[in-house]
Each structure stands twice: as C-alpha cells, then as structure tokens.
Design a protein around this ligand. Structure first.
Ligand code: PLP
Length: 402
C-alpha cells in the first residue's frame, strides 16, 4: 500500500508584506460583532482546553474554538453570510450599514425591495448559512451544490426553505453557475470568493468571520493565554485569511505563527506557495476529499496575499489526517472537553498530533513547536455528514497509515 504523508511547504512571503486590509482588522471585527450580537440566538461559542492533546503533541496548551455550536447551525459560516447580507441590503436600501440592526433590515427590505432572491454555491455549510439568513429575513434563497454532496447537507439547506440544486460539476464550476444565474435573473449573489468586480461581498464575509478571532482572543485573555500558533483549514481561504488579518492586527508585536491546512486533492494554497512566483494557482479535477468544506480548487484572490505573506507553513493533508482529528476531538482525556467535529473541522487536531511523530520532527522544529507553545485550533463544523461521522469515529474508516 502506498502511504501518502502530509506534505509541507514553507511560506514564501513577499516583502514588504501586504498591508492588513481594513475589513479584517480588530476595529472592523468590532463592527461585525455588533451585528452578530443582534441576531436571534447569538452567543459566543466555547473555547475548550484539550490537555490530553497538548500532552501527545508535546506543546504547552491546546485550545479549540468550537464553531460547531454557532447559532445551532453546525458550522461557523453564518457569521460571514449574515454580515455580508446585512451590508448588501443596507447598500441596496442606501442606509448606513453600521447603524442598523437585523430586525430593521428585515422589515425595510420587505417594505422597499419586496421579494428578493439570494443565491450562492456551496459545499454545504455556507449554503445553509445563506438559507438561514434568507429564512430570518422572510426572503428566498437558491443554493447550488457540487456533485456528490452528502444528503444530510442537502437536507440541512432545504430545511431552511431554500431551493437546492445539485449540479454535475465541482465546487468551482458551481460558483460560476450561481454567478451566471444571479446575473440572468436579477438575484443577489452571496459568494465567499472574489472575482474582479465582485469583491465587496467576499470582503464582508471575511469581516464576519473575524468574530471567531475576536471572541477567541477575549476567551484566551481570561485564561491568561496568548496564541503562539494558529492552525487554519482552508477551502477558498476566506476563513484562514480573516483570522490571519485579525491576529496580525491584534498581536502585531508578537504575531502567532500560522499553519494553513488543505486536503491533498484540493491543495491550491499549498500549490501556490510551492510555485514560488507570488501568484495564486488553481487545482482542477473533481477535488475528491472527505473534507467537503475544504474541497475548493481556486484560491480567493482576497485571501491569497494575506496567506502568502503571513503563513509559516502550508500543509497538504490526506483524508486520514481529518479522520484522526475527528477521533481525537471525540475522545479527549486528561479532563478535556469532548468535541463533535466534522471532517473539515478536525484536520487541525490530526495534524498537530502527527507533528509529534518522528517523521515530522524537522517540520516541528521549523514551526517552533515546543512545550511552551500555545496552539489555537478552530473546529469549524460539527457532524454535518452523520453517516460518515459514524463510519470514521465508530468503525475506524480512514485509519492512520503512518
Ligand atoms: C466546515 C468548514 N471549515 C472550513 C471551511 C473553509 O472556509 P473557506 O472556504 O473560507 O476557506 C469551510 C468552507 O466551506 C467549511 O465548511
């Protein structure tokens, strides 16, 4: 049996590094958070300590921001979608986006714009978030999914009243289809990746994600901790870049080291770093991986410069790394909290544990991981595909092969 290992590539930053854009700086995070606090059911998600994983990984502390609990939606994505939709509607209504709350927007939208349609393409979680936001606003959503989407993810979106269309293409082609449908029908496209001329909404989505970092920082300060390393999973890279932007702004004097993780079949940031030409590069094909949320072959052009200039290492991860992480999160010891993590949420736990193994000693050293390190992970989703969750966590599917 051929054994794929995790492949790493060192960051190749441009100097001077790109400036942190205004929309993911701590001041912008405060504005986004005000919106989120107005949403029905807002609560900060918990930050858990995992002493057992810290021991195995030979680091000082491991803390995990558990986004599976965000608004009971099983993923972090609503932070971006809800904020971007609010800003979009405020713009349409020619109102000051920062002064409005969600309820006012819902009623003013109905009153002045009538029935609108929000459209997006998604691997699952972003589509559910757009569908949820449309439901809260009393508006319509149309959501395109790539081929092979898990039935549970389709049902979760349809459960919020959205029209769901499963395409016969990969994620990146579904994104193009959604954009074409928006243009043809006069719908509002709410997409989390930019193309030239379509940058406001992806930037607002990234701004919305900064709430994760802002809450984490508050929670870590209460524990007397400062992150030395942050492991970030990437699909189009909006989540990872938003966190990099926030933390670089917040801890400018002593920024943490960032590790960006992708599935090996969709490792476009890893590939872009490897090319060493400073440009983003795409990966094609069917992008097959159990990490459905990370199954994106084209980097968000807004995310790339930030990840290029501030990432210490890019990791291309076989599926068993995510499966390993799901079992680690689901079975803590030494007093750690049990975390239900889906495939895209768990890859950081798997990678951190693997980095303690002899094979990866050189990379452990390059990353500066020691007994004093404080590692922040984000569990970005719960068990969004319960059938696969059970197959992995109970039946041992995708075993560790190294
Ligand atoms: C659970 C989960 N984690 C991480 C990501 C990655 O986010 P991004 O596409 O912004 O890189 C996604 C994206 O869909 C996701 O669903």
């Amino acid at each position: 049996m051929s054994i794929h290992k995790v492949k790493f590539c060192e960051g190749v930053p441009h100097r001077p590094a790109v400036e942190i854009p205004a929309y993911c700086r701590p001041e912008a995070a405060a504005a986004a958070r005000r919106y989120h606090q107005d949403l029905p059911g807002y609560e900060p998600t918990p930050l858990h300590c995992l002493p057992g994983l810290a021991q195995v990984a030979k680091v000082g502390r491991v803390v995990v921001k558990d986004e599976a609990l965000r608004f009971n939606l099983n993923a972090f994505k609503v932070l971006g979608a809800s904020y971007a939709i609010a800003r979009l509607l405020a713009q349409q209504l020619q109102l000051d986006g920062d002064q409005l709350n969600w309820e006012q927007l819902a009623s003013l939208t109905k009153e002045r714009l009538g029935q609108i349609t929000l459209v997006t393409a998604t691997d699952g979680n972003h589509g559910r978030a757009v569908a949820w936001a449309a439901e809260q606003l009393g508006q319509r959503a149309v959501v395109y999914l790539p081929q092979g989407a898990a039935p549970s993810r389709i049902e979760a979106i349809a459960g919020h009243g959205a029209e769901v269309i499963v395409t016969d293409s990969n994620y990146d082609d579904a994104v193009r289809l959604a954009a074409a449908q928006a243009a043809a029908n006069g719908w509002f496209l709410v997409q989390d990746t930019a193309v030239p001329g379509y940058e406001d909404i992806p930037a607002w989505i990234m701004q919305g994600y900064t709430t994760i970092a802002a809450e984490s920082w508050e929670q870590m300060q209460v524990l007397g901790l400062r992150p030395t390393h942050i492991f970030l999973q990437a699909g189009v890279g909006s989540l990872a870049a938003s966190q990099v932007g926030y933390w670089q702004g917040q801890l400018a004097e002593h920024p943490p080291k960032f590790v960006v993780m992708e599935p090996e079949q969709a490792a476009c940031f890893y590939l872009s770093a490897k090319q060493k030409d400073g440009q983003p590069h795409a990966v094609g094909g069917n992008l097959e991986t159990i990490m459905a949320g990370l199954s994106c072959g084209e980097p968000n052009p807004l995310a790339w410069p930030l990840l290029r200039d501030y990432t210490t290492a890019f990791a291309s991860c076989p599926d068993y790394v995510a499966a390993y992480g799901m079992r680690i999160f689901g079975n803590p010891w030494a007093g750690g909290e049990r975390i239900t993590a889906g495939e895209s949420g768990a890859v950081g736990a798997g990678l951190l544990a693997l980095l303690a193994q002899p094979t990866y000693q050189a990379w452990r050293q390059r990353l500066g991981l020691t007994q004093d390190s404080v590692v922040l992970l984000i569990n970005s989703e719960g068990a969004t595909d319960p059938v696969n969750y059970q197959a992995i966590v109970w039946d041992g599917k995708y075993p560790l092969t190294e």
